[in-house]
Design a protein around this ligand. Sequence first.
Ligand code: PRX
Length: 656
Amino acid sequence: MSESKLEALLDERREFPPSKEFAKQANAQPSIYKEANADPVAWWRKQADRLTWDKAPTKTLEWELPFAKWFSDGTLNASVNCVDRHVANGLGDRVAFHWVGDPEGDKRTITYSDLLTDVSQAANALTSLGVKAGDRVAVYMPMIPEAVVAMLACARLGAAHSVVFGGFSASALSDRILDADCRFVITADGGYRRGAVAELKPQVDEALTKCPDVKAVLVVKRTGQDVEWMEGRDHWWHDVVASAPKTHTPESFPAEQPLYIMYTSGTTARPKGIFHTTGGYLTQAATTHNYIFDVKPETDICWTAADIGWVTGHSYIVYGPLTNGVTQVLYEGTPDSGGKDRWWKIIEEYKVTILYTAPTTIRTLMKWGHALPQAHDLSSLRLLGSVGEPINPEAWIWYRKYIGADTCPIVDTWWQTETGAIMITPLPGITATKPGAAMTPFPGISVDIVDNDGKSVGNGEGGYLTITAPWPSMTRGIWGDPERFKETYWSRFPGSYFAGDGAKRDQDGSLWLLGRVDDVMNISGHRLSTTEVEHALVGHPAVAEAAVVGASDDVTGQAIVAFVTLKLSADVAEKDQGPLVAELREHVSVMISPIAKPRQIILTPDLPKTRSGKIMRRLLRDVAEHRQLGDVTTLMDPTVVSMIDGLMAQHSSDDD
Ligand code: PRX
């Protein structure tokens, strides 16, 4: 399609009617909204019957705002729901994962029977290492099948996993291990990224110098690189798991047994341990996966192109799809590992039918041009999903046109680590979609958009997104900090959950998400707090003060721009600033993760502050996005901001 044609399509901002093909055989029928919204609690109880319960719940919701319990007198085992029951139903030979490694040709096929054996052996091995129900286990792994097995083995034992994204640094890992008091770590020697070896075990070793209570580390040999070994603490997976008994009798746990903790950035420097429990979470993960992706487990091949280190991987690689017994592609690499058409080769080879990814990736693929996807047979695809950040209409149209043959419905799904599962989304076959809009709450979910005073806004207006009734997969809190949970989410608009996102209703009442309204940035779909990055920067000996903003970026959605003042002792001549800036970027990468590396660091003699000493980030954002500067009259020294603006302009022309 030519650029002008693309523009014409965008100009029309046309609505895409629901797919007739889906409507014919869709899992969701139009009556679903009426049924669910007439009595959401009863509807969710019905959905809970998707699970195999050892004792079916008689209670549905107990709600003591902001703490919910769902299905609390029911008992079940999450790993049985994801694995054993499918094998018991005669589906043991169904492929659970077509695993595709980063290096081309490195692949494995894992059936549900294989998965059952692997999970049983891992559960036996973890038991022999001392893991018990109620423990927390850190998982720091590449995207290999053992990562899923590790999660399910913890779940099988009633131990909560805390998966830490493999891209996080040793320091981020030790913070998370300590916060949740994890006594066990499951990791690998390393992983592959674009053919190169990435280290994991050395980061664990470094992290554990600060975590003396960790008793055992279980290590998968993935790359074969040399690693340090602490006898008595470290154990190879291929020794202890491979030799463990192949069967394991699962225990039954209450629905509210903690299933996992997932750390996410808030508005302070300290990440929050968002924790989820079992019965309600699995119910909503499976229900949303079923209706939104319209999965037909007998025929679909689902590919959620996300890392299991984030919540998308938890809900839509592990718990939702496995509860539903579907076949998936699990891919270790990046979109350009082994060539910029790697994704299209994978879709063609495995005949992927449902693809779920983030707008930042779509924009990257779009940048590489449509000739690459067009050179491959993508006709197996029948549904496309988007998650993690607002999708710009250009990317939406490109995704539909070039990847979805102009026929696949696109589901733009809004949710968060805290919500556990999708909350706002179209339903294929039912909802007419608009490029860039998440459209409508999922059945059984109540949201509102409110103004500063908490009053609902009308159509055509914007405000703050709130959730007005409890939902099964809602987080049960911040690990170890119930007060912070109340304060962060439930105090801004009493009685409602404050998501931290801006949203609007258009003239038809469709919902559009507008991005964060707090100090949380969204970099390539990854959540990072400005304060976290500032904290890392001021931890460098040369830095006096730092202010960080998320500036809009064509590919990554937002990019980090940091404004830094140096200590007098560290001041360097302008011509010598380059190496220091490089050092500071590296410092952030080491303290948090390469994804937190600022795109740009501007060294400045001063920062714009109000008379009460507060840094005016709003003005810095204007500077970073090259906008007309806003009101500067409240500043202590109004000249500072124009000076920074000048520095920024100078740096931008240096970049050119
Ligand atoms: O700002 C919203 C954005 O991502 C945030 C949640 O990030 P996280 O907890 O890391 O979970 C990401 C994957 C679910 C939200 O507060 N976000 C997520 N999905 C969308 C979105 N923004 C707009 N549209 C979406 N579909």
